[in-house]
Design a binder for this molecule. Sequence first.
Ligand SMILES: C[S@@+](CC[C@H](N)C(=O)[O-])C[C@H]1O[C@@H](n2cnc3c(N)ncnc32)[C@H](O)[C@@H]1O
Length: 263
Amino acid sequence: MFWADWIREHAATAVSYLQFASIHFQDVKARSYQALELKPGAVVLDLGCGVGHDARELMRLVGARGRVVGADYSQEIIAEARRETKDGSSLPKFVVSEAQHLGFSSNTFDASRADRVLQHLADPRAAFAEMVRVTKLGGTVQIVDRDWGMVAVDADDQAVTRKILDHRCAKIRNGWIGRRVPVLFQDSGLQEVRVEALPITVRDFRVADILLDLTLVAGDAADEGIVSSDEKSAWLLELQERSDAGRFFAAWVMFIVTGKKGE
Ligand SMILES: C[S@@+](CC[C@H](N)C(=O)[O-])C[C@H]1O[C@@H](n2cnc3c(N)ncnc32)[C@H](O)[C@@H]1O
């Protein structure tokens, strides 16, 4: 089962994961907002908005004359986004919508973004085409995503580490989306495409375990016979011990790709 399908059946886990991840990805998120170069009064789509963290931040940037719509296919997650969006005079709007069939007219938004969404989609090209369609001529389209093939975790046994991390990547529908986004922009005819790669580094196993699902995926790799049960246990124990001794290190790259829809 792909991670996205599992998480869809476990909405409460998804909500707490998204809240936790927003804190750890806040520098990347802040940079992605800047790269949108939003003007006050802009109308913005945040596709796959999760619990609405970005939509609320973007609302602050576009001001009272602007409008932000957060769209997500999960009713439970949209309900949580609405619950968490109580204060303030101008609030984002949250709607349930499937990425591949966005319920908006063409040329509606000054900017459309999707943060860690394309990695989960059966047809990321179709979703991207929808984002471009609903963006105004001259408007901005942005994808923020990671590349699961570029995750590094330091451990003694390189072969076991490689197998578990490869298994992690295989459990994401589009594990290599990070490296594929620039060409997706190119193929879609977007202009002034800017590609930024920002590193995330983690020194605490518990944090990496939440952001990378290391325990879950190592267990899964053992169940599927990719590593032995002993190898899995030894690997997880070593990571915990490294962390306790201040010697844990994991890193990966987040890509921010931003471009303009030609006039
Ligand atoms: C990793 S989360 C990221 C959430 C949010 N963008 C953030 O940065 O916190 C991926 C989000 O995409 C949504 N999603 C996944 N597949 C989708 C689809 N086909 N259409 C719309 N939303 C989708 C999920 O419900 C989830 O909220």
